[in-house]
Design a protein around this ligand. Sequence first.
Ligand SMILES: N[C@@H](CCC(=O)N[C@@H](CS)C(=O)NCC(=O)O)C(=O)O
Length: 308
Amino acid sequence: MFYTRSRTVGSMKLEKETSETGRFVRQPNRFTTRIEAGGAHPPEPGRYRIYASYACPWAHRSLIVRELLGLQDVIGVTIVDPIRDERGWRIPGGDPVTGVEFLSELYLATDPDYQGRYTVPCVWDITAKRLVTNDYPQITLTLETAFAPWHAEHAPDLYPEALRAEIDALNEVIFDGLNNGVYQAGFARSQAAYDEAVTKVFATLDMLEERLSHRRRLHGDELTESDVRLYPTLARFDAVYHSHFKCSVRRLIDYPALWAYARDLHAIPAFRDTTDFDQIKRHYFMTQTNINPSGIVPRGPEIDWAPA
Ligand SMILES: N[C@@H](CCC(=O)N[C@@H](CS)C(=O)NCC(=O)O)C(=O)O
């Protein structure tokens, strides 16, 4: 794959992530060390901090899982300001744990030569004073497995051994078709790349609509990691992706089963309390000025997320 070398577009180094055919190709995650027993970064209460934005769908997952599993006193969170300029994510008032004002400082403290985007979510090891991971798919899995000894008593098993292969397989489809598919549509730089992405997005929604027509959650009655990965994209769909990313063939509310499913999840406090539509909208429309040059945040859509 060929990548152009030029750097900043708006506040996102987007051209680095554009292929020669105009496709959006997401940067790889730089920090992928695992928090695991016996490793250099063992799980311990109070040792790690998650840096997250309410706006970011990848970070949203880790906020949901932390609450679902009752890990709030075990792993702290710093929430960054939703509006990002060329300095990257800012921590209003400074970070109470590290004192930094910008997330970039944690990336550069860990790797002074770091060249990529300074992304959320990422996890800082307070003892070792370094970033352990910005590998967002692994962060929730780590909370579900390595931190099991500290889960709340009635916490759901989001990654049950018997279902792992099925969960992993569906997560891949959801990632490619939807979580990342909407970004591929929104950041496409050619009609062909956009057409390809948007077709994939709606084929994936159609498939999920069918699947959820005869089961409450993606793998049956119980919540799993797959539901956690689907929800943040659904929550942003009508408010942002439909217009800002041009995913406008249908709205979420046009899918009866998916819409009922999304509202059912939204009724759970860990999902609802971590969903901030105002921050979501302000982030995408004001920060991604490469595709919304005026920075104007649309009013609406007026959507009632109360359960069906
Ligand atoms: N780590 C992944 C996903 C996380 C991600 O993209 N987070 C976004 C917010 S949704 C971010 O922090 N972007 C910072 C930037 O683009 O400068 C990546 O590098 O693509």
